[in-house]
Ligand binder design. Structure first.
Ligand code: HEC
Ligand code: HEC
Length: 489
């Protein structure tokens, strides 16, 4: 059993095919044929860096060299653990993980500080498929408008019959705690006025494996952006955006979480979500969106005897999750193997990057607020994303709201490398969504508006135009192979 586990951890698959024998890791395959001129049909090489192909006619020596190379590379590539098994990746111990998971699943009520305006009562309500920490079909509403100079402005949402206006956000909460028994006349439900005419839905995201994403060095993402831009001669140039680390005032890092790359830190994101999705103020987001109907002391979430607040537990939970596993059965089919190679050949991998390696153990990330631990450092992940912002023609026109994501105090701090100009440029850009676990999503793209893989692919334009043209030029069987590959992710 031990050797089986070890193999599963490295995600190596061995197959015996008609005319050849094939060994595949996530990164690449090698094929060996024994008969001269044997057709290596179905043997696709799936790597950019290393391809060992068609050893049919060569001697045993080269075959052996390839085997040694394959074994060597897979031995060194320490793949991050994957699984929908609700077991820790080793960052926290299993008991701590289970306790943090229970916090993540906890349903909050008014007495806990829920609202006054909110979207749901529990993190799990929106992050649950197929296990807590996954994604869901839940969408949220974002709106805004342009000013006279054509710059994006956050929404102005009137409540209480127009007597109070909520500002500083693009998010519109779908629920409110009042009117209720104690406040029968306080109408705080948010509704979009006609003037907020830039509107979109944003679907929920998967969190499983995000601890590894947080542990990717900023420089890795910056280099990725530079290299893809150079290699595509300026056609595909992802934007790496510096965003505030709320727990390290003044520090910034390259954003990688959320449809707009609005956060680099999972703790910052947890604090943002606790306030903006659930209405629960916390040490990093102490200001209520409105205090009308509020009855609980502030902040609602405070550190307990162990010094940890709920937001710390949420972050520790996400950091302890394993990444989404492949559907190994489907991944091993010749159709999916062929699709993986085509995904590479037409250039989907330029943005949906197959493999990234996290920073070495002991590195500082999040503006030095987090030190990469053993469980997360030096791990290779297969997220199928560059985590950069691109204009693929689907942009929703909304620039992220600073006050909403980083708190009212954001403008009082001098953030390293922050640029409003660069942020305005993100208006029609979306982060390349990681495709790991995409088979668990029935609604695709930021707005959940595409329900088949082929529709989602055909919606790509802008920076992805050339790649999608190549996809469209493939014959039907080849296009279907790419979709089969996506179904295995
Ligand atoms: C009402 C639904 C909802 C609730 C409740 C909710 N989320 Fe989310 N979550 C979302 C949506 C939607 C996104 C994508 C938001 C965006 O980028 O605009 C998201 C994104 C995230 C991300 C970024 C994931 C990534 O890989 O980019 C993290 C982390 C996260 N949520 C954590 C939490 C935590 C922790 C809680 C509980 C405190 C929570 N969420 C509660 C809907 C929700
Ligand atoms: C220029 C970068 C780029 C290229 C090239 C690219 N994509 Fe994308 N992809 C994106 C972005 C950005 C989105 C999100 C768009 C949105 O939500 O509006 C996306 C979304 C997707 C989604 C939906 C994922 C989800 O979770 O909703 C799929 C599936 C997908 N791409 C597959 C492909 C395939 C297959 C190819 C090659 C034919 C490809 N992409 C090429 C950037 C790219």
């Amino acid at each position: 059993m031990a050797s089986h586990d070890a193999r599963a951890r490295k995600n190596i698959h061995f197959h015996s095919r008609k005319n050849f024998w094939q060994g595949c890791s996530h990164d690449f395959c090698v094929c060996f044929g024994v008969t001269p001129n044997a057709a290596l049909e179905g043997c696709e090489i799936t790597d950019r860096n290393l391809s060992v192909k068609s050893l049919t006619r060569v001697g045993v020596l080269r075959a052996l060299a390839a085997i040694i190379l394959f074994a060597g590379v897979t031995a060194f590539a320490d793949d991050a653990p994957t699984g929908f098994d609700t077991l820790t990746n080793g960052f926290a111990d299993q008991d701590t993980f289970a306790a943090d998971l229970a916090k993540f699943e906890e349903v909050e009520a008014i007495k806990d500080g829920l609202g006054p305006v909110y979207n749901a009562q529990s993190c799990r309500e929106c992050h649950q498929n197929p296990v807590s920490g996954g994604s869901s079909q839940i969408t949220e509403l974002r709106v805004g408008h342009l000013d006279q100079r054509g710059r994006f402005q956050d929404a102005r949402i009137p409540i209480v019959r127009g007597t109070v206006v909520i500002t500083g956000r693009s998010l519109v909460n779908d629920r409110a705690i009042c009117p209720n028994k104690d406040f029968p006349n306080t109408e705080i439900q948010e509704r979009v006025p006609d003037s907020e005419n830039i509107r979109t839905l944003r679907v929920s995201l998967n969190l499983l494996g995000d601890g590894f994403v947080e542990a990717i060095a900023d420089q890795t993402l910056i280099d990725l952006a530079r290299n893809q831009c150079r290699a595509s001669r300026g056609a595909i140039c992802g934007q790496a955006l510096r965003v505030p680390i709320v727990e390290a005032p003044g520090q910034t890092a390259i954003g990688r979480f959320g449809w707009k790359d609005q956060h680099a830190s999972l703790l910052s994101f947890a604090a943002d979500a606790y306030l903006n999705e659930m209405g629960i103020t916390n040490p990093l987001q102490p200001d209520e969106v409105t205090t009308l109907c509020n009855t609980v002391s502030e902040p609602n979430d405070t550190p307990g005897a162990d010094g940890l607040a709920d937001i710390d537990r949420f972050a520790r939970f996400v950091r302890s999750t394993k990444a989404a596993p492949r559907d190994d059965t489907l991944a091993a089919t010749s159709q999916a193997v062929k699709g993986a190679a085509l995904f590479q050949r037409v250039g989907c991998v330029i943005c949906h990057v197959q493999s990234l390696t996290t920073a070495p153990v002991g590195s500082k990330v999040n503006g030095s607020a987090f030190t990469v631990p053993d469980a997360l450092g030096g791990k290779t992940i297969h997220p199928y994303s560059d985590f950069l912002l691109h204009d693929v023609g689907t942009g929703d026109g909304i620039v992220m709201a600073w006050t909403e994501h980083y708190g009212k105090n954001v403008y009082n701090i001098d953030w390293k490398g922050r640029s409003d100009e660069l942020v305005q440029r993100t208006r029609n850009k979306i982060r390349t969504p990681p495709l790991w676990g995409v088979r668990m999503r029935a609604r695709l793209m930021h707005d959940g508006g595409s329900v088949t893989f082929s529709d989602a692919i055909r919606r790509h334009r802008g920076e992805a135009s050339k790649v999608v043209r190549k996809f469209n030029d493939l014959n039907q069987a080849d296009r279907q192979a790419i979709e089969e590959f996506l179904r295995s992710l």
